[in-house]
Design a protein around this ligand. Structure first.
Ligand code: C2O
Ligand code: CU
Ligand code: CU
Length: 513
């Protein structure tokens, strides 16, 4: 196994040096450094059955009981199982028909995150599945090959329902886009649905137990990957593709390997990047996905970890400063890879993966601004606290917890934006709050034009549906609004920190003629 010293030494290499801003205060994670561990669970693959004119999937949402710890049971929610759901495999250009039965005992919804589809099939807060009901959305899959997901989008309780287990991965395949990449599910094509959870002593989930949880979102101290605590994976091939899905409610992960090894990112939220991006560190905020290919041919033990960040939030007396300074500062072990001597050969990652048409800025006929805020009351969050002498609009005063976009909170019967059908728009996302918000738009994929006036990094140049907007940042995205006109039923845009979404950091748009 990886010793702490070995890992620290390895991380000291220059590729992870100060230049990258990477900080590794200590490799002792919240979970300790255990040599035991559990084999990584692989969610069952559901391919559906093609009958009629669509691929049919049966999904039953129900309560379950899970043994994350050896002798304690945790009450959970699951989809066709006790915790989480199967990985659904869709094919581009095929219709899917989903039969969802709600046996949870409470109302819910199921949303297909990242898909371009009619609002009636979107599974947002308006498409409630009442207790005991079934819901049968149907849509044609027009997405490119990629990694997507599905999860509860129930108004005000999405956070709690996802926390308990209402989520799963979706893989879209494209028969016309054959790229020689590791693609045997569960063998060299591995889903990693990553979450952090907090538990009570009796093994039950502990959801929202402090004021902090309502402000920065619900973060746990135990990592679950596909519902596995302390997971390990044993490669059998030289190259392995991991489909990383940050399915945490609020935590951002900053992935590195313990020996600093490089890997290649091949896909972002909406599909392949133009070409693989070589990197040794990858940040994913809630709901973001990335596919990476890692070379394990050296046969070494190595660990995928999430490294904490040094907070640059100014220190001043008061709860807000303490909270913001503690954001994402912890290290976590995500997955142990147990090195193997004899591995099957893999084909090298091709140079070119896809061609991505960059939406030209000039195509946009309208620009909208979305201001993400979380402060109100005595201090509107427009300064950095007493004694710092800086007033730069980065927030940090008091009054966190009042979440809004453009000063409004989500209201089910208020339409925030009306968008002209068949147009391209630029959305300017600003954030005057003290923390990052992952901004997500329904109805498909957008592109990031720029981040604070700079071209985004190479791995943000592909299709995206969720983008990080850091404190004080200006991120411009560009998106086309095509195919589905509906002057009654809206799509959502929101912060994907689920506790922020549940508390109003969401808005609605219509696509109108
Ligand atoms: Cu992943 Cu509106 O959600
Ligand atoms: Cu979504
Ligand atoms: Cu947020």
């Amino acid at each position: 196994m990886i010793t702490r010293r070995k890992a620290l030494k390895a991380l000291g290499i220059s590729s992870l040096g100060a230049g990258t801003g990477l900080c590794i205060p200590s490799l002792t994670s919240a979970q300790g450094n255990s040599d035991s561990g559990n084999p990584l669970k692989i969610p069952p693959l559901a391919e559906g059955e093609f009958t009629g004119n669509a691929r049919q999937f049966q999904l039953r949402l129900r309560r379950g009981s899970s043994n994350f710890f050896a002798d304690t049971a945790t009450a959970t929610f699951g989809i066709n199982g006790d915790y989480l759901g199967p990985t659904l495999r869709f094919r581009r250009n095929e219709a899917v028909s989903l039969h969802i039965q709600n046996a949870l005992g409470e109302p819910t919804t199921l949303h297909w995150h990242g898909f371009h589809l009619p609002t009636s099939a979107d599974g947002g807060p308006h498409e409630v599945i009442a207790i005991g009901d079934t819901w049968n959305p149907q849509f044609t899959v027009v997405q490119f090959a990629g990694t997507f997901w599905y999860h509860s989008h129930m108004l005000n309780t999405a956070g709690e329902q996802v926390y308990k287990g209402l989520a799963g991965m979706i893989i879209v395949e494209d028969d016309e886009q054959q790229i020689d990449l590791p693609s045997t599910y569960g063998v060299d094509d591995i889903p990693l649905l990553i979450q952090d959870r907090r538990f009570n002593d009796d093994g039950s989930f502990r959801y929202m137990s402090s004021y902090e949880d309502t402000v920065v979102g619900m973060r746990g101290d135990v990592i679950l990957v596909n519902g596995t605590r302390q997971p390990y994976f044993v490669p059998t091939t030289k190259l392995v593709r991991f489909r990383l899905l940050n399915a945490a409610n609020a935590r951002t992960f900053d992935f590195v390997f313990s020996d600093g090894r490089e890997f290649q990112q091949i896909a972002s939220d909406g599909g392949y990047l133009e070409s693989a991006v070589t990197m040794n560190r990858l940040e994913l905020s809630p709901a973001e996905r990335a596919e990476i290919v890692v070379d394990f041919s050296d046969g070494q033990d190595v660990r995928l970890i999430s490294v904490g960040k040094v907070s640059n939030f100014p220190e001043f007396p008061g709860a807000m400063s303490v909270m913001m300074r503690s954001l994402n500062t912890q290290n976590f072990d995500i997955l142990d890879i147990r090195g193997q001597g004899r591995l099957q050969d893999s084909a090298p990652v091709p140079d070119r993966l896809a061609s991505i048409y960059r939406l030209p800025e000039a195509a946009a006929t309208n620009t909208r601004t979305f201001r993400l805020s979380m402060g109100a009351g005595m201090r509107s969050g427009d300064d950095r606290g007493p004694g710092t002498g800086s007033r730069n609009g980065n927030g940090g005063g008091h009054g966190g917890g009042n979440f809004s976009i453009n000063g409004r909170r989500m209201e089910m019967n208020y339409i925030n934006e009306r968008i002209q059908f068949n147009t391209t728009e630029i959305w300017e996302l600003t954030n005057n709050s003290p923390m990052m918000h992952p901004f997500h738009v329904h109805n498909g994929q957008f592109q990031v034009l720029d981040r604070n006036g700079q071209q985004p990094p190479a791995n943000e140049m592909g299709w995206k549906d969720t983008v990080r907007v850091g404190s004080g940042e200006l991120v411009r995205i560009i998106m086309r609004f095509t195919d589905f006109i509906d002057d009654k039923n809206p799509y959502m845009y929101h912060c994907h920190i689920l506790e922020h979404e549940d508390r109003g950091m969401m808005g609605q748009f219509l696509i109108v003629e």
